[in-house]
Design a binder for this molecule. Sequence first.
Ligand code: GCU
Length: 329
Amino acid sequence: MKLKPLLASLCLSVPLMMTSMSTVAVEKITLKLAHNLDQEHVVHKAMDQMAKEIQEESGGKMRVRIYPNGQMGGPRETIEMMQNGALDMTKGSASEMEPFASAFSVFSLPYLFKDDAHFKRVLYGPVGQELMKQTDSKGFVAIAAYVAGTRSFYAKKPINSPADMKGMKIRVVSTPTTNKIIELLGASPAPIPFGEVYTALQQGVIDGAENNEPSYFQTRHVEVAKFYTEDQHTSVPDYLVIASKVWNGMSDEQRAIITKAARNSEVYQQKLWDEEVTNSRNKAQEMGATFITVDKTPFREALKPLYDDFRKDASVAEWMTKIEGEANK
Ligand code: GCU
């Protein structure tokens, strides 16, 4: 008797039945959350804490099962799976949200934030709240924003100024803005999924990439690209999102439990982040990484044309102005 496949299909169909109910509030629910980060990453830790809080606060009725490490694919795939009802929640960086809601492109604008305080004021203040609403019409709702420090270039050879990047192939989370950043610096952008960057560096398909320190270290890219240039060109946050169909199908009480746990996970993640940057830096250095302090001026100058592009497009210019307006509050 083929009991196993039958049981497996029953197990699969129960959460699907529950998540596809759009009007009736469900009692018991298991939410599937997939993302592409390592389990040691503080964004994973924050979402894990949220999952525990949701389970506790609901008396075990609500559960969040997390699938880390890109098991279900990269953000592009997981966001689409969520839109199609095959997944309940996922995490995407602002760049990865950009194809779904253009407002998020504003985070790819280099040197937009004066400092960390400015960035957090935007992310967790009224501008950030308004930005988070931009996906509502796309079939998913943003419920938490996580800081992700600054992104810098790293490569097999030292980059001391844009002149050193001439002719290099650099991996980016490919968007029109990130591609243009690389081109303005004289290099070529390569759209490689996060999980494939290590091999691409190892095999020489690309010469470098760009990311924050925790992702540089946890992916072990440090083994194959030893020079990390602290040019800090962008601050691109991560977002936790949930399918609108699932969200709208819940009771007010269930939504309140999730909202509170998501808020708490933001606070927890911010607390862990700075420590994690220092830790990743130290560990990367132990593994042979060289951190290069650079004059940011030539990078800033080379990337200025992006501001003119943004100013020409009314829909994003508005976000740029709003963010700049938060600089000196
Ligand atoms: C960071 C970010 C991820 C993103 C990744 C990437 O690690 O936190 O959300 O997917 O960069 O460069 O692909």
